[in-house]
Design a protein around this ligand. Structure first.
Ligand code: FE2
Length: 367
């Protein structure tokens, strides 16, 4: 079957677009979903309250790596409310949670039903306007939502076109207050999306150039955004990288590096982007050993060669104070804990299908 490239969510992008959010808000009552930090930083309830055209209902306090319980609470409030649409303002966690709340509130069922219970999302839910305050997950333009599921002791993803946000308002100015740690973590998540979608089995001639553009933008702009958060040029560069990577990986998917990251984040609380990027270099080297094609182009977009890519990436990560080993982050369970999770889809999505032996080598090299 021929692959289909989807780019369903309309995007409004540019410095200062959030200040004019009222231009994008429909008539009717608004269900605002926010995390604690961005709610306080941007004084969201007050700012949005003045701009919505109907009533404002606020659901506050979505935590990082949100749980199914939080999603269920939000869906229940949304269902009982008078809201006509959802406005999600926050990082990837807030956006991911809001996307499932919108379908669960419209169609019934709990987050667990959709994430692991096999319940199919029967159609779109409440319209979701997504405003990212961090550039990492690209959740504002993807059909993915990743939620922590205690029953699985892991983070679990839902992928369905029904959860594409109805509009993304992407304002790089919102990211200019991000502290260096979060700047590095979200930037490395973008890099992981770009790199993994490039070597994905589902990559296409449309997704690969998008991925390479994202890699070169991150290589160029992330170090400056990390050192000088107020640099508008670097924040805009990283924001564009997030869009390009999002369009690529929402079609081509991610691979084993994301799969490896989930139990690491679940057990140690390590921020998502840092957990994903740790295994990019070793996976690149393993692909080179296995004779994968196209690695020269990927290495070159990072200013490297096939031989120097993983070493250059390690230096790049160290300059961002990012961990490169599992020991540094207190993950001591060994490869068995990771190999015991469901990595079949991640392995199958490698351009050269990976075995458990490939994965064990990668995990062992970052212990
Ligand atoms: Fe990610």
């Amino acid at each position: 079957m021929q692959p289909i490239f989807r780019s369903t969510t309309p995007i409004v992008h540019g410095w200062g677009t959030f200040d004019r959010i009222e231009d994008q808000l429909p008539d009717g009552d608004c269900f605002l979903v926010v995390g604690r930090r961005s709610a306080e930083r941007l004084k969201l309830a007050e700012t949005i309250g003045e701009k919505v055209k109907g009533d404002l209902i606020v659901f506050k306090g979505v935590e990082p790596n949100p749980s199914t319980a939080t999603v269920d609470r939000g869906a229940e409030s949304l269902r009982k409310s008078s809201a006509d649409y959802v406005l999600a303002v926050g990082g990837g966690s807030v956006l991911d949670a809001a996307k499932i709340m919108a379908v669960a509130a419209a169609h019934g069922g709990s987050a667990v039903d959709y994430l692991i219970g096999g319940k199919v999302v029967p159609g779109s839910g409440y319209p979701v306007i997504a405003v990212p305050t961090t550039p990492g997950t690209s959740s504002e333009i993807t059909p993915f939502s990743v939620i922590s599921v205690p029953e699985k002791r892991n983070k679990v993803g839902l992928r369905t076109p029904e959860i594409y946000p109805s509009l993304a308002v992407i304002d790089p100015a919102l990211t200019s207050m991000l502290p260096p740690y979060q700047t590095a973590a979200t930037g490395l998540d973008i890099l992981s999306h770009a790199v993994e979608s490039y070597w994905s089995a589902r990559s296409t001639p449309i997704t690969r150039p998008l991925a390479l553009k994202a890699v070169s933008l991150i290589r160029k702009h992330l170090p400056t955004a990390f050192k000088d958060g107020g640099s508008r040029t670097s924040r805009e560069g990283v924001s564009l990288a997030s869009i390009f990577a999002g369009l690529s990986f929402s079609n081509a998917g991610t691979t084993v590096c994301h799969g490896i990251s989930y139990p690491v984040t679940y057990d140690t609380g390590l921020t998502h982007g840092l957990a994903c990027s740790m295994s990019l270099g070793p996976t690149f080297d393993r692909l080179a050993e296995r004779g994968a094609e196209g690695l020269e182009g990927l290495a070159s977009s990072f200013g490297s060669t096939v031989d120097s890519f993983s070493g250059d990436l390690s230096s790049f990560m160290r300059d961002l104070s990012a961990p490169t080993t599992l020991k540094e982050v207190g993950f001591s369970s060994g490869p068995g804990r990771i190999l015991g999770t469901d990595l079949e889809a991640n392995k199958a999505n490698m351009s050269v299908a990976f075995t458990d032996e490939d994965l064990e080598k990668i995990i062992t090299s970052i212990l």
